[in-house]
Write a protein that binds this ligand. Structure first.
Ligand SMILES: Cc1cc2nc3c(=O)[nH]c(=O)nc-3n(C[C@H](O)[C@H](O)[C@H](O)COP(=O)(O)O)c2cc1C
Length: 328
């Protein structure tokens, strides 16, 4: 993913509401130093007028893109400036979210209907911050779903200086489908994303949608600059990120084993819990870390019971998992 002012990162973990929180991002950074991470989508209004700490980040997260929602260029630019001041590495505009709440506010995926407006937002953000400014969008919305429609959208927005286009390779139906259905029902159309890159080689294009494993993802790098994976990372973080630094980047990973990765997170967890965060929320990213391995069930049980216990109980559970795996 090489942006005009950006770095080249061929793998990104998708922005996901209720999931890609600070805790999740710190946890995933404990598996890979090299992948790009995103926040959940935050509306520009909330950044400017919401509770303090809404977009707080930890130094442990490394490079993270702040994903903004909104349709008012001045407002989004002002929110981007706040993100810059917080140390975010990139600003991404959400043009893909199909939820009712989002469409009725005329941002998210409904902005695919208004490429000129998106171009104005991108130009305003670029003028406000010295960071890569990127767009995450769909192939189309409702009846505006031909390849040529997407191409016109991308060309218009690229002219305003967008540094990267991440394409969720399916259209969204804004009326009639729920957000969940909009992630499964409209068919995936990878060839159109490949075609976008082939006919605009100077643009940085990242493909997203339905890439559940590294084996699914890697072949796309023959056609586009990067891949973005969401649900696959949530469901099986180790398989997606545990070996990617070594396999894709030729570097030593931050943790050699899953147990080591969880242990590495515990000092952060302890500090968060001490400052009042509930233990189950802090530990949530690690629920599926032992999927398919011995000790998985005991680990999940320990996490389920964690609201009634302490971090020390989880450390003991982790020792148990390590022991179970040694005796395989
Ligand atoms: C629970 C959940 C929340 C999501 N929230 C966002 C979001 O805040 N911003 C966004 O651009 N996409 C959001 N998405 C869409 C993902 O970023 C991604 O485009 C989609 O899940 C397809 O990728 P995948 O098949 O690898 O999961 C969300 C997806 C899920 C499953």
């Amino acid at each position: 993913m090489s942006g005009r002012r950006g770095v080249t990162v061929p793998f990104a973990v998708a922005p996901m509401m209720q999931h890609t929180t600070t805790h999740f991002r710190v946890a995933m950074r404990g598996l890979s130093r090299r992948v790009m991470l995103y926040t959940e989508m935050v509306h520009a209004n909330a950044v400017l007028r919401g509770p303090p700490g809404l977009i707080r980040r930890s130094e442990l997260e490394g490079a993270v893109a702040l994903q903004l929602g909104g349709n008012d260029p001045a407002l989004v630019a002002a929110a981007a400036k706040v993100g810059y001041d917080h140390g975010y590495a990139e600003i991404d505009l959400n043009v893909g979210c199909p939820s009712d709440r989002v469409s009725s506010g005329a941002f998210g995926a409904s902005l695919m209907r208004s490429p000129e407006r998106v171009a104005e937002i991108i130009a305003a953000v670029r003028a406000a911050v010295p960071l890569p400014v990127t767009v995450k969008h769909r192939i189309g919305v409702d009846e505006i779903d031909a390849y040529e429609d997407m191409e016109r959208f991308v060309e218009t927005v690229a002219a305003a200086g967008a540094d990267r286009f991440t394409v969720h390779a399916r259209k969204a139906w804004l009326s009639g489908l729920s957000p969940e259905q909009n992630r499964t029902v409209p068919p995936l159309r990878y060839p159109e994303v490949h075609r976008l890159k082939a006919s605009h080689p100077h643009l940085s294009v990242v493909i997203n949608g339905g890439l559940w494993s590294l084996a699914d993802a890697r072949p796309h790098l023959e056609h586009v600059d990067g891949v973005m994976c969401g649900r696959g990372v949530i469901e099986d973080p180790w398989s997606m990120l545990g070996t990617i630094d070594a396999d894709w980047f030729g570097e030593a990973p931050p943790a050699r084993t899953r147990v080591e990765a969880v242990r590495g997170y515990l000092p952060y967890a302890a500090a968060e819990i001490a400052s009042g965060e509930p233990i189950h929320r802090v530990m949530r990213p690690w629920i599926p870390i032992f999927t398919g391995l011995r000790g998985n069930r005991a680990w999940r049980r320990a996490l389920a019971e964690s609201p009634h216990g302490t971090l020390r109980d989880l450390e003991r559970a982790l020792d148990g998992v390590a022991e179970a795996q040694r005796t395989v």
